[in-house]
Design a protein around this ligand. Structure first.
Ligand SMILES: *[C@@H]1O[C@H](CO)[C@@H](O)[C@H](O)[C@H]1NC(C)=O
Ligand SMILES: *[C@@H]1O[C@H](CO)[C@@H](O)[C@H](O)[C@H]1NC(C)=O
Ligand SMILES: *[C@@H]1O[C@H](CO)[C@@H](O)[C@H](O)[C@H]1NC(C)=O
Ligand SMILES: *[C@@H]1O[C@H](CO)[C@@H](O)[C@H](O)[C@H]1NC(C)=O
Length: 409
């Protein structure tokens, strides 16, 4: 009987507790590495270079991350080697792990050693295992860190010094004794303008888009834009796959415009995209042909809104001033080539039927490429999704009220 009552009580309280805990987690999630390190002047050089290399924005964006900071003396040793900024970025990105290692977890590494991936993996510079760091429990309770392809190079092994800040399972900032480095990270980086943009995209999950650019002869335009600053949004292979029938229907000029529409002639880190919402011109913009879209942040996500479709950034292929390439989940459809979706509020059934009939008339008159019906279909499925979500929310509310009533009675 008692156990039963307890179970009912927990069941009743659960809906009340859940919103509290999730809101606490989301406020914890908004970490700012610059602000965390600013409280500790002995890390000011490290902090400065996290910002100038744009790694700070990458750290703030991630939800499970460990930052291994070094003090100003250790940074001065690194700076004495006069590396270029891209090389310093590669080396510092070895200090950022895509996993959470609080002080406790570090001292309880099972089997004495573990391997974790660093952000150097994500830069597109690391080959093979060179973006991984080996964390080892060494004798006497010390914890050592060494990049997996480290040749030793006469460098002393970096060891754990202290915890600077921990937000459980979100961000752990620790101090280590020395800079982590490896021959791979120190290798002179090709300036981004020497990078082959199409082969970089092909190697990192945007092969279909890269192939279209090459086939259409648009690679020169992309390549030549790098030096002055370029941001490319490449649709994932899956999203291009389903778009291909409509792509094939475009004229040659239309194809080129569509491809160029995915590049903007300025460098934008993710942090910059989040804070510079608004209209963006693209490589396809020319005189009266606007070919623009709107950048809009939605919490942590960055969305790209054309009048026809809204795409979300899914990942970073490269972010190295002056070049950034991001993967997006949908092909960007310019209103110049595809019919704009009807305005946001779902039209009343009767009206929508009428406008559909009208658009079919239009099609009959103009034989050009037509994605009209599909645009309308997309819009409809979106609004259905919205309704389904709304229904789910209502159901949660009802169960919440029922739960509270049950508690009170
Ligand atoms: C992080 O904090 C720094 C220093 O307080 C501030 O300049 C910067 O805008 C903050 N970044 C974000 C993304 O809030
Ligand atoms: C990690 O370091 C430990 C100790 O130096 C070594 O035994 C282990 O083989 C290393 N692991 C890798 C993957 O390099
Ligand atoms: C990029 O690489 C591809 C394939 O390796 C090659 O065909 C193309 O000419 C290269 N582009 C530039 C600008 O070097
Ligand atoms: C391509 O164009 C043809 C002729 O205009 C049309 O019948 C067909 O539905 C279009 N296909 C797609 C996928 O838009």
């Amino acid at each position: 009987m008692d156990a039963m009552q307890l179970r009912i009580l927990i069941f009743c309280l659960l809906p009340l507790l859940l919103p509290l805990s999730s809101s606490a987690a989301s406020s914890d999630g908004a970490h700012n590495i610059t602000r965390i390190l600013a409280k500790h002047p002995e890390f000011s050089t490290f902090n400065h270079y996290l910002s100038t290399t744009h790694l700070a924005a990458e750290i703030n964006r991630r939800r499970t991350i460990t930052v291994c900071a070094v003090d100003n003396a250790a940074m001065n040793e690194l700076l004495a080697k006069h590396y270029s900024l891209p090389t310093i970025k590669n080396i510092l990105s070895l200090h950022i792990f895509a996993d959470y290692f609080g002080a406790k977890k570090l001292h309880q590494i099972t089997k004495g050693s573990t391997t974790t991936s660093s952000l150097f993996q994500a830069t597109g510079e690391a080959a093979g295992t060179s973006g991984y760091v080996n964390i080892t429990d060494i004798k006497g309770g010390k914890v050592g860190f060494s990049p997996v392809d480290n040749d030793g190079g006469g460098r002393p092994m970096a060891t754990y010094v202290k915890s600077i800040e921990e937000q459980a399972y979100v961000i752990s900032v620790i101090q280590i004794s020395h800079i982590l480095s490896s021959p791979e990270a120190e290798a002179p980086t090709a300036g981004p303008s020497d990078l082959n943009v199409t082969s970089l995209m092909a190697k990192q999950g945007c092969k279909a888009f890269s192939d279209l650019i090459t086939a259409q002869g648009a690679d020169e335009t992309f390549q030549q834009s790098v030096e002055g600053g370029l941001t490319i949004f490449c649709p994932s292979d899956e999203s291009l796959d389903s778009f291909m029938p409509r792509y094939k229907n475009l004229t040659a000029d239309g194809k080129t415009s569509l491809l160029l529409y995915h590049g903007i002639p300025v460098y934008n880190s993710l942090g910059m995209l989040r804070s510079s919402n608004g209209l963006m011109n693209t490589l396809a913009t020319e005189g009266a042909k606007k070919f623009d879209f709107t950048v809009q942040n939605d919490g942590d996500d960055v969305k790209l809104e054309t009048k026809v479709v809204t795409a979300t950034i899914e990942g970073t292929l490269i972010d190295e001033d002056p070049l950034a390439v991001y993967k997006i989940d949908k092909v960007l459809l310019p209103k110049e080539l595809f019919k704009a979706a009807p305005p946001a509020p779902a039209p009343k059934p009767s009206k929508s039927a009428k406008s559909k009939a009208k658009s079919q008339d239009d099609d009959a008159d103009s034989p050009g490429p037509s994605a009209d019906d599909e645009a309308v279909a997309d819009e409809e499925s979106n609004s259905n999704g919205g309704r389904a979500l709304g229904g789910g929310f209502a159901a949660v509310c009802v169960s919440l009220v029922v739960g509270i009533l049950a508690c009170i009675s």
